[in-house]
Design a protein around this ligand. Structure first.
Ligand code: PLP
Length: 416
């Protein structure tokens, strides 16, 4: 007989033997704060998983979901069918996009969107008769979710291992995350005639919080243009205000062929993501009787309630000018992080917008830093490469924000 358990949930990215007994159940949230089932109030220094952009407990979003569900929970957007919120959201995102006249594919989250974008990149070249262009490049330490395509292009080795093949989906390759001459050599090695696309996070998140290295993306765009490689920006974290603009591409002046988004589009109030597709890529599917069908589509692509939630979330981002606010908050975050230099056990600090990282020396146990912070009222996360991340909701106050790097400093001094 199966053993009975009080908790049947198999958690994500968890070493189950060591998490059981110390799990934290979050029961409510308001603004930048979360409450646990044992009554503790904790500052959400992580924005949950980098996504809680407008903050917790927004009744106007709950109301938008309620109203939409009363009218129509959802209807698919396959073939000739549409639903109004999906069309409204696609049009609104097209107007906000960092490229002219895009088409918008909607999905249920980030990993879905990575799948769609990379399939579309390959499909693009097949259709253009360039059938050898199939390889997808991605950066060392990059993170693109954990569906089969995201796992295959992921730059964090432990997420790729154990499936009996180095790449679940064939024809992927890693390039340097910060040295453009290495990228150039790798392209020459593989042969540009074999490369469909490169996917890259403008500000690398899970791999350790890396702002765009000086000249790297400019070099990448140049290589993409010269070698006819599609540039897919993964803005799952950076989209919707997190780095001080609706999209990081706008802040940094990048010109992508596709943009993958999720998280901040709903601030986590509904699971939703998507891909912004530039004319170069969408046009062949829209023009002429012999245009092919792109075989994408999920039951919940363009989920009506998710889209209504996203519309209200965008209203809040715009009316409260949260992307602009991030530019002010960035000054607070950067000053506090810079003040940590010289702290025992830290080797670097990095930041962009409202994303911060404190890199720890290998001998420092990052999990202990996270535990210390939690005991002192702040939730932060230790990223795989021993980098403490912070990305609170964009509604955090200056003082609340300052307390996040400060608690990391206090933890490092206490542990030294
Ligand atoms: N891409 C990036 C840059 C991410 O950070 C994530 C998730 O953290 C994903 C893709 C995957 O998104 P999801 O977890 O919604 O599938």
């Amino acid at each position: 007989m199966a053993q009975t358990s009080t908790n049947a949930l198999w958690s994500g990215q968890a070493h189950m033997p060591s998490v059981s007994g110390s799990q934290v159940t979050i029961v409510s949230g308001k603004g930048a704060w979360l409450t646990t089932d044992d009554g503790r109030t904790l500052l959400d220094g992580a924005g949950v998983l980098w996504h809680a952009n407008v903050g917790h407990g927004r009744e106007e979003i709950a109301k938008a979901a309620y109203d939409q569900m009363c009218e129509l929970e959802t209807h698919h957007v396959f073939g000739r069918f549409l639903n109004r919120p999906a069309v409204a959201l696609a049009n609104r995102l097209a107007a906000l996009a960092p490229m002219g006249d895009p088409r918008v594919i909607l999905t249920s989250g980030g990993s879905d969107s990575v799948d769609v974008a990379l399939k579309l990149a390959r499909r693009h070249w097949q259709l253009a008769g360039r059938t050898s262009k199939t390889v997808v490049l991605s950066r060392d330490h990059g993170y693109h979710g954990l569906h089969a395509f995201g796992t295959s292009v992921g730059g964090l080795a432990f997420n790729r291992e154990g499936y009996g093949t180095p790449s679940l989906i064939p024809e992927t390759a890693r390039v340097s995350h910060d040295r453009i001459d290495d990228v150039s050599h790798r392209i020459a090695e593989i042969g540009p005639e074999n490369i469909a696309a490169i996917i890259a996070e403008p500000v690398m998140g899970t791999g350790g919080v890396y702002p765009p290295p000086l000249g790297y993306f400019e070099g990448l765009q140049d290589l993409c243009r010269r070698h006819e490689i599609l540039l897919v920006l993964d803005e799952v974290i950076t989209g919707f205000g997190r780095v001080g603009a609706m999209f990081a591409a706008q802040r940094y002046g990048f010109e992508p062929d596709m943009v993958v988004f999720a998280k901040g589009v709903t601030s986590g109030y509904a699971p939703l993501g998507g891909v912004l597709v530039s004319p170069r890529v969408w046009q062949p599917f829209f023009d002429g009787d012999d245009a092919p069908v792109f075989r994408h589509g999920l039951t919940y692509s363009g989920h009506a309630t998710g889209c209504a939630v996203a519309m209200k979330n965008l209203d809040i981002l715009e009316s409260e000018r949260l992307p602009e606010r991030v530019l002010d908050l960035e000054n607070v975050l950067s000053a506090e992080l810079e003040a940590l230099r010289g702290c025992p056990g830290m080797t670097d600090v990095r930041y962009a917008g409202l994303m911060g990282g404190v890199e720890l020396a290998p001998e420092v146990d990052g999990d202990k830093v996270v535990r210390y912070a939690e005991e002192h009222g702040v939730i932060i996360r230790n990223l795989p490469r021993n980098v403490i991340m912070m990305s609170p909701p964009l509604v955090v106050t200056d003082d609340e924000l300052a307390s996040i790097p400060r608690v990391v400093g206090a933890a490092l001094r206490a542990l030294a």
